[in-house]
Structure formats: structure tokens, C-alpha cells
Design a protein around this ligand. Structure first.
Ligand SMILES: *[C@@H]1O[C@H](CO)[C@@H](O)[C@H](O)[C@H]1NC(C)=O
Ligand SMILES: *[C@@H]1O[C@H](CO)[C@@H](O)[C@H](O)[C@H]1NC(C)=O
Ligand SMILES: *[C@@H]1O[C@H](CO)[C@@H](O)[C@H](O)[C@H]1NC(C)=O
Ligand SMILES: *[C@@H]1O[C@H](CO)[C@@H](O)[C@H](O)[C@H]1NC(C)=O
Ligand SMILES: *[C@@H]1O[C@H](CO)[C@@H](O)[C@H](O)[C@H]1NC(C)=O
Length: 607
């Protein structure tokens, strides 16, 4: 007998869980029907299947024959009409319809069809939160491969965004996440794990291109003012000139190149040549001393020759000063290749991601009139450098109000609110606190502390006065987007609390900060406490009974509710668990656990 057919007396009750029980069929049927199923547009929000108390039995393991069925038309509320299948006792809907209508997902796995209410995995912090430790699962983040990251700027060493503007700009949240990602990877990987080789240490490794005019160009090797091996040379500075070069190691793990040089002429440049193995494409990247807002581009006028593509990175270094360069060539090549516009590809498809082993490096060449330290380090990813570049960017770019202004306009709530260029984000301020605190713990340099201390200022200033603070029924809230009226975004608020906590923790840590910072630690601590009590008071407003709200715009602006996508719901759960691990708050823990249940299809009960 067909195991999945329920007995008659169960029928009425089971109809309510039809969708779940019928999964193995739904998938097959969705294939049969996807071509011709039809339903009207404007699908309403998912109907609610509130009662989760009915045990769902999936006793289909022994069934090899689908029950007999006929095709019928099904109506869904008054919004859709589509083909369904009907057997004697059951009705089957195409999964492609249910997926969209109920905002669920599903796929074949090990010969079974698996329905998932949430496509996002609910990850939980592994350990109690540690202000000098990993920043969540940021070690698995990859800011540099995000489609909206245009380049890692060669001068500042931090990412530039094109999320809200075609001209790349610095977005503090993204830069801090880049820094925290590399800090977390640094801890995960451990420094002993970093392999490297020196190239160019032997003078014989420095060569001119065979046959070029400059093959015989003079190369003077000497010990520079700090006793390091260096060489002087000069070649024509046109980028078509092969210049003076060293061969790079082809070890796939050693994708990062670091060196120091001083240019004596304004048009000096360097270039990296590599092959993308899969396509056998040669990629030539010129780092030229131009200040070009595109950051990285390819010259459209030069068509591809011999499967080689040439890119330029804007790199306006200062003539006559030592410049330290560290480039992750995998990242640079991927960002460069992502700039190639192909109308056939969506923005997402055009985003090239290269992984260890995907490229093979050939050479590093120089042109112009230069002094170069002879030893070029080729290594695995330099997480500490990336982390410190990011922390240093925050030290160098803080304004007198203690904020890091975002230089592009931000429209919120479908354009109903707008933040003119120059706004601060509580999430950016909070991330900066988390990053600068870790930079201080690692390097012991007071400049990181000082920047963190000043970063507290906008937390006490109302959004309407240029700060990041708003109030919701007199509960203070730190705003990711400090509009007036506020929107009360939950995840950005919780990230800002983590930042305040990280900074306040420094007082108890080593190296112990100067006593002049004591007051700022108690300021951070009371800001955290204020925020925590707002979180306790307002969290219920974010609970929909089947998921969470991204923000409170429906209350503040009278708009429809802005439900959190499942991946944001997962972030909410993760952040709540962090805060529970910091505060031991049981109520917040209960909410977090309930929110995990929502993601597993267990909704709150109705009356
Ligand atoms: C599943 O089927 C087996 C064998 O037919 C039966 O013994 C068992 O009770 C069934 N389980 C449920 C939950 O219906
Ligand atoms: C599954 O089907 C086989 C063959 O019909 C039968 O021998 C076996 O007992 C069934 N098992 C269950 C759990 O129903
Ligand atoms: C916190 O993390 C740091 C860095 O990994 C580690 O050295 C320290 O022991 C950790 N502290 C605790 C209490 O786990
Ligand atoms: C290297 O070049 C710089 C700039 O032209 C010059 O000042 C310096 O003396 C040179 N050093 C040697 C050893 O030639
Ligand atoms: C540098 O290059 C620019 C553009 O190619 C050119 O106009 C300028 O004269 C060059 N400067 C020197 C000092 O060669």
C-alpha cells in the first residue's frame, strides 16, 4: 500500500499539514508543472499555518509508487489560479508556487526532497564572547569578493565601495568589516601558519626584458641608509616598456607580494603579470601614479591581444618618499576582471572570485627612476597588514565630531527619508570601536585608543543634531541610519552595542590603558547599559510570531512592516546570542531561541 496516503479519519486534520507531508511529490510535480502552471501576479503575503501542534509524520520511506492523481485547477485565496494534482484523498501543489508564496526553500538532498523554512542557517556563537578574540564568524567573511567592492585602494590598503554610487568611495562599515575579517582570520590561522619566500634577494634575479632598449640599463646595487640591500635603476617610464623585473614564485599559496620602493620620477610604475589558469588568460596589471576615481579600470581602446587583458590601478604615490606596498594579487586580479562589462551578464555574474590555485603569477616589473629594496616578500595572505590598514584608516579619517562621515547620500524607506552625504552610522561607529580596541590590544598604541574614545561622541548626540541617537517612546536607540524620524534598524543597533562593550572591556585588559581613559570606559559602559535596557524593552516589537522585523519603520513612519529576510533574521539571532553571552540575560535568550524555532517552521501559537 502507498504509505503516504492518510486514512480517511485523519484526512481533515492532515490537510493542514499537507504541504509538508507531500514534499517528495511536490518536488516531482513542480517539474511537471513549472512549464504550464499559471497564477496571477501580486501574490499576497504568505497565508498563516499557525497551528504547529499537529505532529507531522513523514512515513514515506517505503513508498515506491506515487498515488494515482488527476490534474485539476486550484485557486489560492482570490489571487492565484494554477494546476494542481488531486488523488482520492489529497491535493498536491507545485513546489515552485509554494516556495514563492510561503517564502520557503527546498531542494533535493540524498534522494529526498528537503523543505527548509529558512534558507539561512542559524549559526550560533561557538564560545562566550571575547572582546579580544574572533569577531563572530567574520573569519569566513570575504569583504573583498563582494560585488559592490570596487578595489582595495593601493594607497590606503582598504576596500572602496560602489554600493550607492558608481564612483568608488570609502564606506566605514565595509572597511571595519574588512579589518575585523582579517583580524579573525589572523587568530584562526595563527601567524606561524604564514609561509613566505624572498624573491629578488640575489642581484642576478633582477633583469631587463630581453631585446628591449633597457636590457643594458644600469642597475646599481648598494646598501641603503637603513643598511638594507637596494638597487637604483632608470628606464623609460612608458607602460609599454617592460622595464626591470623579477620572476615571481608560482607557488599558488603565495599570492601576496610586499616590497618597498622610492620613486625619483613622477611617472614611475610597477606591474604584475599572471595567468588565470581556467581560461589561460594573461592578466597584466599596471599600478600607475595617476589619481583616477575609477580605482581600477581597463583601457577599452586596447582590444584583447593574444588572450591578454591589461588593467590599470590608480596609485598616486609621493615622489621621493619610501612607499610600502602589500598587494594580494588574487584579490587585485579578481577586482580587475570584475570591471569588464559584459551586457550578457548580471552584475552578480560579472563579479569574478578567484581562489587559491586559480592563478599562476609570472613577474613583477618596474619602470621609471626608482630605488627599490631588493628583497621582495611573496607570502600567503597578510591578515595582520590588512587588519592594521583598516585600523589606520580609521585613525587617519576621523573628523572632529568623532565620526567617520559617509560621503554619499543614503535614501531610506523607499526614499521617504534621506541622509545627505556626510552622515555617520552607529553601526560604523560600533564596528570602529570593535576594530580599534583590537588594534590597541595588539599593538599597544595609544592612537587607536584615542580614536576609539572620540568615536563615543556621536552616541550621545541626537540624530537631528548630527549624532546617531534617536528615541523610541523615550528609549534611546543608536541608529544605523540616523534619520529623523528614526527607523530603528535592529542589527546595526546590536552591532553598536558590541562595539561599546569591546571598548569598555579594555580597562580590564592588557596592555592596560593610561588612566586618562578611565572616564571614557565608564561612558562606554553606561551607553551599553542604556542600549541594553532599550533592547529589552523594544525587542518584542521586532517579533512577528514567525520571524523578525528588520526595523520599526511601520511604527515610526506608518509604512507597511519591513520584515527581515532570513539571512538578517539569522544575524539577529547571532547578535542576540552574543549579547546573552555578555549579559547572561535570560529573557533575551528565550527570544533568541524562539526566533531559531521560527526559522525551523515553528511559529507562535494563535489564540
Ligand atoms: C511508519 O510505518 C511503519 C511501518 O508501516 C509503522 O510501524 C509506523 O508506526 C509508522 N510510523 C508513523 C509515525 O506513522
Ligand atoms: C517495505 O516494503 C517491503 C516490500 O514490500 C516490505 O517487505 C517491508 O516490510 C516494508 N517495510 C515497512 C517498514 O513497511
Ligand atoms: C580571547 O581571545 C584572545 C585572542 O585569541 C586569547 O588570547 C584570549 O585567551 C581569549 N580570552 C579568553 C578569556 O578566552
Ligand atoms: C640612487 O638614486 C638616488 C636618486 O637618484 C640617488 O640620490 C642616490 O645617490 C643613488 N644611490 C646610488 C648608490 O647610486
Ligand atoms: C608623465 O606622463 C604624463 C602623461 O603621459 C606626461 O604628460 C608627463 O610629461 C610625464 N612627466 C614626466 C616628468 O615625464
Amino acid at each position: 500500500s502507498a504509505v503516504c496516503i492518510p486514512s480517511l479519519d485523519e484526512f481533515t486534520m492532515r490537510l493542514r499539514s499537507t504541504f509538508r507531508r507531500a514534499l517528495p511529490y511536490l518536488f516531482i510535480l513542480s517539474f511537471l508543472y513549472w512549464l504550464n502552471y499559471y497564477f496571477t501576479s501580486n501574490v499576497a503575503p504568505p497565508p498563516s499555518f499557525h497551528d504547529t501542534s499537529i505532529p507531522i509524520s513523514l512515513n514515506c520511506t517505503n513508498s515506491s509508487v506515487a498515488p494515482p492523481h488527476n490534474s485539476i485547477t486550484c485557486k489560492v485565496d482570490d489571487i492565484a489560479s494554477l494546476f494542481c494534482l488531486k488523488s482520492d484523498l489529497e491535493v498536491y501543489f507545485p513546489f515552485s508556487f509554494l516556495k514563492k508564496h510561503l517564502d520557503v526553500s527546498g531542494k533535493m538532498k540524498d534522494g529526498q526532497f528537503e523543505w527548509r523554512t529558512s534558507y539561512a542557517k542559524m549559526r550560533l556563537p561557538e564560545k562566550t564572547y571575547n572582546s579580544s578574540g574572533l569577531f563572530g564568524h567574520f573569519a569566513t567573511y570575504s569583504v573583498e569578493t563582494r560585488e559592490r567592492v570596487k578595489c582595495i585602494n593601493p594607497i590606503t590598503g582598504v576596500p572602496m565601495s560602489t554600493q550607492w554610487n558608481v564612483i568608488p568611495y570609502y564606506y566605514p562599515i565595509q572597511i571595519a568589516q574588512y579589518g575585523l575579517e582579517h583580524y579573525s582570520r589572523l587568530i584562526t590561522q595563527g601567524e606561524e601558519g604564514i609561509r613566505s619566500v624572498v624573491v629578488g634577494g640575489d642581484s642576478k634575479e633582477w633583469r631587463g626584458a630581453p631585446g628591449s632598449l633597457d636590457e643594458t640599463s644600469e642597475r646599481v646595487f648598494f646598501l641603503d641608509e637603513s643598511g638594507k640591500h637596494a638597487l637604483n635603476f632608470s628606464t623609460q617610464d612608458d607602460v609599454s616598456n617592460p622595464g626591470v623585473y623579477v620572476t615571481l614564485s608560482s607557488d599558488p599559496d603565495l599570492s601576496t607580494v610586499s616590497f618597498s620602493f622610492k620613486s625619483h620620477s613622477p611617472n614611475s610604475s610597477f606591474s604584475i603579470l599572471l595567468t588565470v589558469k581556467e581560461t589561460n588568460q594573461l592578466v597584466l596589471m599596471h599600478y600607475v601614479p595617476r589619481d583616477d576615481s575609477r580605482c581600477v579600470w581597463n583601457e577599452e581602446t586596447k582590444k584583447m591581444v593574444d588572450n591578454q587583458v591589461t588593467f590599470f590601478y590608480s596609485f598616486p604615490f609621493v615622489v621621493g618618499e619610501w612607499v610600502d606596498i602589500t598587494r594580494d594579487v588574487l584579490v587585485d586580479a579578481a577586482r580587475a576582471l570584475s570591471t569588464i562589462k559584459d551586457k550578457a551578464r548580471t552584475k552578480k555574474e560579472a563579479n569574478v572570485i578567484l581562489r587559491t590555485g586559480d592563478i599562476s603569477m609570472h613577474s613583477l616589473s618596474f619602470r621609471g627612476h626608482l630605488t627599490i629594496r631588493q628583497e621582495i616578500i611573496q607570502s600567503m595572505a597578510q591578515h595582520e597588514k590588512a587588519f592594521l590598514h583598516s585600523a589606520d584608516w580609521f585613525v587617519a579619517n576621523q573628523d572632529s565630531s568623532g565620526g567617520w562621515p559617509v560621503g554619499v547620500e543614503r535614501k531610506v524607506a523607499d526614499g521617504r527619508l534621506s541622509l545627505p552625504s556626510g552622515w555617520y552610522s552607529a553601526m560604523g561607529q560600533g564596528h570602529a570601536l570593535s576594530l580599534l580596541s583590537r588594534a590597541y590590544l595588539r599593538k599597544g598604541e595609544e592612537r587607536y585608543l584615542l580614536a576609539a574614545l572620540n568615536a563615543l561622541k556621536p552616541f550621545s548626540k541626537m540624530a537631528s543634531a548630527g549624532g546617531v541617537r534617536n528615541e523610541f517612546f523615550s528609549h534611546p536607540w543608536f541608529e544605523e541610519y540616523p534619520t529623523t524620524p528614526g527607523t530603528f534598524v535592529l542589527n546595526g543597533f546590536m552591532y553598536s552595542l558590541i562595539g561599546l562593550h569591546d571598548y569598555a572591556q579594555l580597562e580590564k585588559m592588557s596592555p592596560s590603558p593610561p588612566s586618562s581613559f578611565s572616564l571614557s570606559f565608564s561612558t562606554a559602559s553606561s551607553l551599553f547599559d542604556e542600549g541594553l535596557s532599550s533592547l529589552r524593552a523594544l525587542l518584542p516589537l521586532f517579533d512577528t510570531g514567525s520571524g523578525s522585523m528588520y526595523d520599526l519603520r511601520h511604527v515610526a513612519l506608518n509604512t507597511p512592516p519591513n520584515l527581515a529576510r532570513w539571512d538578517y533574521h539569522a544575524v539577529h539571532v547571532y547578535l542576540l546570542k552574543w549579547i546573552v553571552s555578555i549579559t547572561g540575560d535570560e529573557t533575551l535568550d528565550q527570544v533568541a531561541n524562539r526566533w531559531i524555532d521560527y526559522a525551523n517552521g515553528k511559529k507562535a501559537k494563535h489564540n
